[in-house]
Design a protein around this ligand. Structure first.
Ligand SMILES: Cc1cc2nc3c(=O)[nH]c(=O)nc-3n(C[C@H](O)[C@H](O)[C@H](O)COP(=O)(O)O)c2cc1C
Length: 355
């Protein structure tokens, strides 16, 4: 089906096509009789894929990555689309328009996307009322960013504001310090900035006795020594790590629009992010939750990320190129792989290839 729709969608500017997809999902959400139809098409369930992590029950390890539903507009429709979890957002305290358009590019020859959206979203209060319209049967997490106009020294408080607002309504949070499209956001990877952020989050957690897991998402552009230096404070402060967000590197790309500014996602990210996952699993002795993302297109990619230490994975770009049938396809063939290799449960392959 997507083979027919894709050439039409690809005639449109990528952000316009994305808007059309969100509109279609809104339509489904408004007509609740369509939800079981979507579920029938895209959902696949098998106990071999179900994991309980940090007290959260994930029906399968294939989650939706942040940035697809930035303003929490279509969570109920997405809930039925076969994912093991949703990460909505990035949400900032105040609404903001993001960067001028065009700001999203398909790199068709590279199975990749460049975006410089700049945290366009409707702000935390409206996003919360969107989210509260429904209840959810799968984990729904929230990705948090920083407003463009927040003064430099107060930026870490934006994360706290959003956590405080959503603390009773989401299953997990992701502190996103890795978007390249908000000036200076990535300086949170620097030692002093990061320890200020960690202290703020730790004191908030203690003061409010908050039990919702908080993850951190790092940039793919961090080298391994840099990652190594961040791991101790990360393990002390956060409940898991997402590896990794987009890259600003442009090596070995073929598409003519490869020099657009922004973060590159999709297939070219895979090897680099796999290396970061492997390194983190090794350094934390397999004791710290890793969520893998970046360039997952087929079941071999999922299996590799799990075998290198990720417990869950997130996808975005491959949905654009392969369509919504991908979740079911990945879950089904992951199950076949596990069964045919004699595994009883998906958790048995996590970290197997880490030497
Ligand atoms: C258009 C677009 C917008 C994104 N917005 C966000 C965001 O708001 N917050 C975030 O942490 N990651 C964001 N991402 C990054 C994705 O969540 C994901 O980590 C990255 O694209 C790598 O996965 P992929 O190769 O499967 O796309 C965005 C990606 C794209 C393509």
């Amino acid at each position: 089906m997507y083979k027919l729709i894709k050439p039409i969608l690809f005639q449109f500017d990528p952000e316009k096509a994305h808007g059309m997809t969100i509109d279609a999902l809104k339509f489904v959400q408004r007509h609740s009789k369509l939800l079981p139809v979507v579920r029938q098409l895209f959902h696949y369930e098998n106990p071999i894929l179900k994991q309980n992590i940090k007290g959260i029950s994930f029906p399968n390890p294939i989650a939706l990555a942040a940035g697809f539903d930035k303003s929490c507009e279509v969570p109920k429709a997405l809930e039925n689309a076969g994912f093991g979890a949703l990460e909505l957002g990035g949400i900032t305290p105040k609404p903001q328009p993001g960067n001028p358009k065009p700001r999203m590019y398909r790199l068709v020859e590279d199975d990749a996307i460049i975006n410089r959206m700049g945290f366009n979203n409707i702000g935390m209060n409206k996003a919360l009322s969107n989210l509260r319209k429904y209840s959810y049967k799968i984990p729904v997490g929230l990705n948090i960013g920083v407003n463009k106009l927040t003064p430099y020294e107060e930026r870490y408080q934006d994360y706290i504001r959003v956590i405080d607002t959503f603390k009773n309504d989401v299953t997990f949070f992701t502190v996103n310090i890795s978007s390249p499209n908000t000036e200076n956001l990535q300086s949170f990877h620097d030692k002093d900035e990061f320890s200020q952020l960690c202290s703020a989050i730790q004191s908030y957690k203690i003061k409010h006795d908050i039990s919702v897991p908080i993850f951190i998402k790092l940039t793919s552009d961090l080298d391994l020594p840099g990652l190594g230096r961040m791991l101790d404070p990360i393990v002390e402060t956060f409940d898991g790590i997402i590896l990794a967000n987009t890259t600003q590197q442009r090596d070995n790309l073929h598409s003519t629009n490869r020099s657009e500014a922004g973060g590159l996602s999709g297939r070219p990210l895979f090897e680099r992010n796999l290396e970061m996952i492997n390194y983190t699993y090794k350094k934390t002795n397999g004791q710290f939750l890793i969520i893998g993302t970046g360039g997952i297109f087929d079941t071999d990619d999922v299996i590799m990320m799990l075998r290198h230490g990720a417990s869950l994975v997130q996808i975005y770009s491959s949905l654009v190129f392969e369509g919504p049938g991908l979740t079911k396809k990945l879950n089904k063939s992951l199950t076949q792989y596990l069964e045919s290799h004699g595994y009883n449960h998906v958790s048995e392959i996590i970290g197997l290839d880490v030497k």
